[in-house]
Design a protein around this ligand. Structure first.
Ligand SMILES: CC(C)(COP(=O)(O)OP(=O)(O)OC[C@H]1O[C@@H](n2cnc3c(N)ncnc32)[C@H](O)[C@@H]1OP(=O)(O)O)[C@@H](O)C(=O)NCCC(=O)NCCS
Length: 203
């Protein structure tokens, strides 16, 4: 297996390690009922998070690999620090995958999910040569819908009763981004980052 390592301006995305630090980090995300509110499972205790990391490492060994469940860390914290979130990309079908992400609650609202999405798109379209990425979001999860829309994902529609959880059926909004759309989004982002070109008065 070739370990995944993605680096953005503020975040790094890497494989999980079966260490107490990574278990604590994952638990700080998935153990919070407020964070799990829009995830397709109940809040998880520390032991379940430890078991999950074991499962992630087993999945990572499969050849071909179809699921990438990865740890998100803050670069400013240095190398090999506990994660503040997770990022997932799961291959389903021909050159297609779904993505997902979750962050520790005290790190919300700083644009980190947008950075994770860009890194996952770069990995999916450029490294794995995928054609399509999709994501499903609870209709009440406006922050996640905003993250996807800002990243160029298009709303495909509403999946009715997509998930049965906590004694009730939940609908989902499905978003997707295609490889040619990613090329456009990426170039727009580069142009915005480099600012406007010289205006007519510039000499
Ligand atoms: C969803 C989540 C990943 C967003 O992470 P984040 O790092 O805070 O997201 P970003 O800062 O990149 O962007 C959030 C955007 O949503 C907006 N937003 C946040 N809360 C909002 C709300 N209640 N209503 C409308 N917009 C909202 C923010 O203003 C921001 O948009 P802006 O850049 O135009 O201002 C984070 O809240 C989280 O981990 N939630 C729990 C797990 C989860 O829901 N995962 C996604 C499952 S699909």
């Amino acid at each position: 297996m070739v370990p995944v390592q993605l680096t953005g301006p503020r975040l790094a995305i890497r494989e999980f390690h079966h260490t107490p630090g990574d278990v604590d980090g994952l638990h700080s995300v998935f153990g919070d009922p407020e964070t799990a509110r829009y995830l397709p499972f109940e809040a998880r205790d520390r032991e379940t998070c430890a078991d999950q990391i074991e499962l992630y490492l087993e999945e990572a060994q499969k050849d071909p690999r179809t699921v990438y469940r990865l740890a998100v860390t803050l670069r400013e914290d240095g190398d090999d620090v506990p994660p503040i979130g997770n990022a997932v990309l799961g291959i389903e079908g021909r050159r297609a995958a779904f993505i997902g992400y979750a962050l520790r609650r005290d790190t919300w609202g700083r644009g980190y999910a947008s950075e994770i999405t860009r890194l996952l798109c770069g990995f999916g379209f450029e490294t794995l040569r995928l054609h399509r990425l999709a994501a499903r979001v609870d209709p009440a999860n406006t922050a996640s819908s905003r993250v996807l829309t800002k990243a160029g994902f298009q709303l495909e529609g509403r999946i009715r009763h997509d998930l049965y959880l906590r004694d009730t059926w939940h609908d989902a909004l499905q978003y997707s981004l295609l490889e040619d759309e990613w090329e456009q989004v990426k170039h727009q982002a580069v142009e915005q980052a480099s600012g406007p070109g010289p205006g007519p008065d510039a000499d």
